[in-house]
Design a protein around this ligand. Structure first.
Ligand SMILES: *Cc1c(COP(=O)(O)O)cnc(C)c1O
Length: 430
């Protein structure tokens, strides 16, 4: 398999764009190697500029639930383009998509559209602070909520503590209101409430997908809800990734825990840049221009993005059972790989939620970021590059989740498992 054209393109890009990429995880840094430059996608496949074809388990990091170039999404976008790219004035498509989103989630009466998951979360936090009149927020180590200042915080230690920024350029003053807790550890959350009487919200990925796939324990989420209720704190479910992926009706439908605010992104735009946040009417009424909490966007709700989102979500609405089908396929994939790995003495932890799947090369179950970070990164890197050279495109970091699209067939799953068996044999033989 030649990747000469990608190598050249990457070299050129590095001279023009920092690191040659417009989002760091694309750079293949944690697995070695170079990023492949993609020329096109079709269904389950992506093709790079050297002409190599891959079964795509990344799906643009989540958005492409129906695979590449889904016919109805493509047609909807082309039709919308013919009427104008953007007006900066309301269109009926916004209400149509809003109606659809609201119909999926019990906890959402009203929704606001933005252009990315980062923006959705950043705005939801502001809304929670405005609504409660409080400043502090609690986030969990290993959960990713986009790259806004207050959320770019990781743990110094496992215990709840006031956060340190995890990037230069983020003043400590901007993160001193961000308290950290450990995922699936309720005591660490109680410590936050002992440290602060000023907690506006807890934000969590109820099905974490940014430390690999690590779903929260149901009981833990119920306890979070109870702590929030006891303290007048809002609970935000960041479902930018898990929304429409783990289930059709949100984590609430899987766990029975009701959030106050939900943030969405990825699938909601069908491949176009769309984010959203929604809540019950009383909370959303605080948002500008109805209320005093300011939030805005030149291209927010733009007609092309709305058309793509509408096509994707309508399709899901009409065929909600598809998530169960994808879960079965994903389960088959990770169970097959796990079996192949164990035949070569390699331990694998696996999990699925709807069309999300995850695996760690680890001997013990992964419950939090520390467990994920303790898994075998060297085996992962080797697995990644050997699968890639056989035509299977997995996320280039062990802290990511895999995605099944409706374009991926059972036969492709079988091929992937067979390839993984070869790969594990090679890894075991050093
Ligand atoms: C991807 C992601 C974000 C950020 O979304 P962008 O569109 O990349 O800004 C936020 N939260 C979660 C849970 C995500 O997976």
């Amino acid at each position: 398999m030649s990747t000469e054209a990608s190598k050249k393109a990457f070299q050129e890009a590095q001279g023009l764009i920092p690191g040659g990429v417009n989002s760091p995880v694309r750079a293949f840094k944690s697995v070695g190697g170079i990023p492949l430059f993609i020329s096109e996608g079709q269904g389950a496949y992506m093709e790079d500029i050297d002409g190599n074809k891959y079964v795509d388990y990344v799906q643009s990091w989540g958005p492409l639930l129906f695979g590449h170039r889904d016919e109805s999404i493509e047609a909807a976008v082309i039709e919308a383009v013919k009427h104008g790219l953007s007006f900066g004035a309301p269109t009926q498509a916004e209400s149509e998509l809003a109606k659809l989103v609201i119909s999926f989630f019990d906890s959402i009466d009203k929704v606001r559209f933005v252009n990315s998951g980062t923006e959705a979360v950043m705005s939801a936090i502001r809304l929670a602070r405005g609504f409660t009149g409080r400043d502090d927020i609690v986030k969990f180590t290993g959960c990713y909520h986009g790259h806004s200042d207050a959320l770019l915080v990781e743990a110094g230690s496992g215990a709840a503590t006031f956060g340190n920024p995890s990037s230069p350029g983020v003043p400590a003053d901007f993160t001193k209101h961000t308290l950290l807790a450990e995922y699936n550890n309720i005591e660490s959350v109680k410590k936050c409430f002992a440290d602060s009487q000023d907690i506006a919200c807890i934000i969590i990925e109820p099905i974490a997908g940014n430390m690999g796939l690590v779903p929260a324990d149901k009981e833990f989420l119920h306890e979070l809800r109870a702590l929030c209720d006891a303290n007048g704190t809002l609970l935000i479910f960041d479902e930018v990734m898990s929304g429409f992926r783990a289930s059709v009706n949100g984590a609430e439908s899987i766990t029975g825990v009701k959030p106050d605010i939900i943030t969405l992104g990825k699938v909601i735009g069908g491949g176009m840049p769309v984010g959203a946040f929604g809540a019950r009417a009383e909370i959303m009424a605080q948002l500008s221009p109805e209320g005093p909490v300011y939030q805005a966007g030149t291209l927010s709700g733009n007609p092309i993005a709305m058309a793509a989102g509408l096509a994707a979500l309508s399709k899901l609405k009409q065929n909600a059972r598809v998530i169960a089908v994808l879960e079965e396929r994903g389960r088959g994939l990770v169970e097959g790989m796990q079996k192949a790995a164990s035949q070569h003495g390699i331990s694998m932890q696996i999990d699925t939620r709807g069309s999300m799947f995850g695996f760690f090369f680890s001997q013990k179950p992964v419950k939090n970021f520390a467990d994920a970070a303790a898994s075998d990164a060297a085996v992962f890197a080797s697995f990644h590059s050997k699968m890639l050279s056989r035509g299977f495109y997995f996320a280039c970091s062990l802290f990511e989740t895999g995605f099944i699209s409706t374009a991926i067939t059972d036969a492709m799953i079988e091929e992937t498992i067979a390839a993984s068996a070869e790969v594990f044999k090679e890894i075991a033989n050093g």
